[in-house]
Design a protein around this ligand. Sequence first.
Ligand code: DGJ
Length: 341
Amino acid sequence: MNDSKYFYPGKLWLDTDGKPIQAHGGGILFDERTETYYWYGENKDGPTYHAHPRGAARVDIIGVSCYSSKDLWTWKNEGVVLPGEEANVTHDLHHSNVLERPKVIYNDNTGNYVMWMHIDDANYTKASVGVAVSNSPVGPFKYLYSKRPHNCDSRDMTIFKDDDGKAYLIYSSEENSELHVSPLTDDYLDVADQMRKILIGQHREAPALFKHKGTYYMLTSGCTGWSPNRAMAHAAEAVMGLWETIGNPCVGGNKIFQMTTFFAQSTFIVPLSGLPGVFIFMADRWNPADLRDSRYVWLPLTVGGVVDEPLEYNFGFPVWSKVSIFWHRRWRLPTNWWRTT
Ligand code: DGJ
């Protein structure tokens, strides 16, 4: 059954209708109730243009797409679950604005699917987060509001749900010079008052988190617009920190691949419950000349293995397990990967 299901990182990826998947800057929710994976991302299926002569290439907001899958390879288009707004020019989702990096988590207490996203204007000066909610993984999602969390600018962001049900917002702030971490309220619809500044002065964006054996890991990129740069892995004993930077996780391919995150930028890390210690690293290979044709780079990520140079002195910090993302021109999941635990 799995025989032909190869991932080809950076190659065109078609849905079950034979159309290119439109789910950029995306993330994945495994819905326990339907035992189905849902991939949410930016639908960028429109013309790329420059709103301002020296501004970044952009596509008008079309909305957040959703695709469903049982095997993480075959994706059925479930449509635009949070559409852009055409008529109301003052609406956050008006097509002239920016909606990036949507992520969805399920709230076990309220039964709500809660989506958080980066909301901005075409100049990236609004620098806010937006929240939407639905009682179904395939929407429709109702847009609630946007805000600057803790009155701080917020651009690239993600949310992370821990196994104890607590969820967190992680966002680039202070003009992308640092990240902020904050717990969400119990209903996941707002941020709590508590906030920690992390990776101060490191200028990181595109955060993606995962947890392995009680340790939290985060992948980030540098801040170079649509151009790729070197990824970094970070680790912590608690989501709120202290976070320590452990280095570039990219291995294989060639030096240029390793220094550019395989010409891509992190967006999400998918845990595979049947394969402990193995994750899928999801990244975007942006094409600023035609953003709709940006490609997906999905690669296996492992934690553990031999640490290259064991530290003799660790200055009181734990010696973190090595995080590795291996380049593969093509690869597939083993036949027994499905939730065997
Ligand atoms: C880098 C960010 O990671 C993307 O989500 C997007 O905002 C681009 N910058 C825009 O240049």
